[in-house]
Design a protein around this ligand. Sequence first.
Ligand SMILES: [Zn+2]
Length: 450
Amino acid sequence: MLYNRPWPAAAPATQIRVRLPMTARKSASSAPRPASGKASGTRTAAGARVMQRLEDLAAITETPGSLMRRYLTPAHHKAMQQVEAWMREAGLSTRIDAVANVIGRLEGAKPDAPAILIGSHIDTVADAGKYDGNLGVVAGIEAAAALRGAGLRHAVEVIAFGDEEGVRFPSHLLSSRALTGAVKPSELETVDADGVSAREALMKLRLDPGGLRACRRKPKEIAAYLEVHIEQGPVLQAEGRPLAAVTAINGATRMRVGVTGVAGHAGTVPMKLRRDALAAAAGMVLAVETVGAEAGPDLVATVGRLEALPGAPNVIPGEVRFTVDVSSPSDTTRARAVKRIVAALKDIAAARRVKLATEIYYDAPAAAMDARVVEAVAAAIAATGHTPLHLASGAGHDAMAIAPHWPAAMMFVRCKDGISHHPDESITTSDADVAIRALVEAIRRLDAEL
Ligand SMILES: [Zn+2]
């Protein structure tokens, strides 16, 4: 993705999907392992089945030996068919829409009853883990199966989105946005690295891109949206809890910064005559960290990439380029921090007599979750005997696309050491089991309340 490409990343901003890790991918082996689930932990059949299905899905890959399943590839198609088969087995009627979303429906009291939609994605990054996205789909099928014959007023729909990671096409949540009517036909003309357009890739799967408009769901058709997802961060593990109710998905600002000084011979230019772009940038990196730390616990600020030019041991760096990523559940807090960072960078540039250029290339508002749905999730977690944590999501999710249109919330599941987008991604069977029980309970509560 972005950081695999040569600088500068010329791709459209929407192609850049950088997870905002709250921890390094690899962390110290001394970190505590997730506690095994207590509270009726003996009943783990559903959890075990979900874990087995996640293993089965992980075997469906473009790259034998590691997991990569990009949107509209043969591997994605095979996973769609597997998911559809499990949906049918669970008693759901199924269909695949024009953008390759697999949708399974359990009817409610009336045939046209609005649906409680349970979704996540089955596409993955390269060298991916087994749980990101896939867990939410498989858990949704398990929950729907458990609710068969429960006499719910609402329908329950499980949906497997296909384009969450944005790895293949320069699109952004194309499959979940299709439900909201936000995808323009021209977006299907975007091409992958081989020059294949999304339209062509859909047709190769025998889907009809002309059906894009029909993917749109009427406001009345959906009562609420729920997404179960691994946390992709270390907080649940640190707090010793299996599940959290997600209150918001962070907004993010990403900026490119250029610092221009004067290159010169490292052996001949005296210190007092230098305009060293890298020394200036070093101060700027620390300023970004300081603003992030002072903005409060709800904001994170990161310099994730830095390049010094010309990059020779005996040359004073004349030019430095780096990125700044700022993320927060509060748009106001984020905007204030970005302003403070730019001001701090300007001060440093002036003091060191270097030129500064800043460019915001990505700016996405936070997505608030619906308070009622969040509380249903929290109450459902509590009903399983665990204390719910409330967390904001530092990573993007399909729920971002849905939340502006329907009441939405997410449930996070503890993952080992907060690792994600990596083969070491891991959850426990008992946590999977308690997540399914909480999901079933949340659906029951929403069915009664909405
Ligand atoms: Zn995901």
